[in-house]
Write a protein that binds this ligand. Structure first.
Ligand SMILES: [Zn+2]
Length: 253
């Protein structure tokens, strides 16, 4: 989105969202699009920022302006930002609002360090460890999913590093043997996925060229020991999320 929109004037700006009725970004020049955790922030030159969040199903796709994909006729399209060359189509977005750019911190200020930040290993890690430690004996899978501890991790990138390091997903966080190692492994896997797909994988296949070991593999044999993969649940309703794991490789200690 940043490459396609930045520095160009929006000739088309449709926000198909109840609270954004009447908001018109047409004619504005896009200054940047950046992400923090799972939040996307597109700044324009009149001091406003379009904030979107993909949640589970959403996506932004770039199409050449004038192409069939840029027509964005699907009833699930929630936003269209088009310039003379490129059109960004936001499908099934989970959140959308337009805020003054100076208020962006109110959207992301509560979040933990962004795991995909280039400086995560040096700058973000100590703060993430401090926030994780404050969660005490909460299950590690729930702490990894908690965006106020660490921003950006979903169910895939909770499950996969726990499998690689043979950690039971409900291990109390304060009993995880090497928490810095776990967070850095998670960061490395996600960065590799971004490098191979352009975005952290949002579907079950872990991104082009990468293979999931456990996520979405319930009942299929563990690639390491052959035991059927199980699907557990982290967090309580209505916030529960599926966590896939090998009951043998990741047995409780
Ligand atoms: Zn196994």
């Amino acid at each position: 989105m940043d490459a396609a929109l930045t520095g160009r004037v929006l000739e088309r700006a449709e926000l198909r969202w109840p609270s954004a009725v009447g908001v018109d970004l047409t004619g504005r020049t896009v200054l940047s699009t950046w992400s923090y955790g799972k939040h996307l922030l597109t700044r324009v030159d009149d001091g406003r920022t379009l904030h979107t969040h993909l949640r589970m199903e959403g996506s932004w796709a770039i199409a050449r302006t004038g192409s069939p994909a840029a027509a964005a006729r699907s009833p699930y399209v929630r936003a269209v930002l088009g310039n003379a060359v490129w059109t960004a189509v936001g499908d099934r977005l989970g959140m959308l609002d337009v805020v003054p750019s100076r208020d962006e911190h109110t959207l992301i200020g509560h979040l933990g360090p962004d795991i995909l930040d280039d400086a995560f290993a040096t700058d973000g890690l100590p703060e993430a460890l401090r926030r994780a430690a404050a969660r005490g004996s909460a299950p590690i899978a729930e702490v990894l999913l908690d965006q106020t501890v660490l921003a950006g991790i979903g169910t895939i990138w909770t499950a996969e590093p726990l499998f690689l390091l043979r950690i039971w997903p409900w291990t109390p966080t304060d009993e995880v043997p090497d928490l810095p190692g776990l967070l850095l492994t998670t960061q490395r896997l996600m960065a590799r996925s971004v490098a191979s797909t352009g975005a952290p994988a949002a579907t079950g296949e872990g991104g082009r060229g990468l293979t999931n070991n456990v996520h979405s593999r319930r009942g299929r044999p563990c690639r390491r020991c052959g035991t059927p993969i199980e699907r557990g649940v982290a967090r309580k309703p209505p916030m529960e999320r599926p966590i896939f794991y090998c009951p043998r490789c990741q047995a409780p200690r």
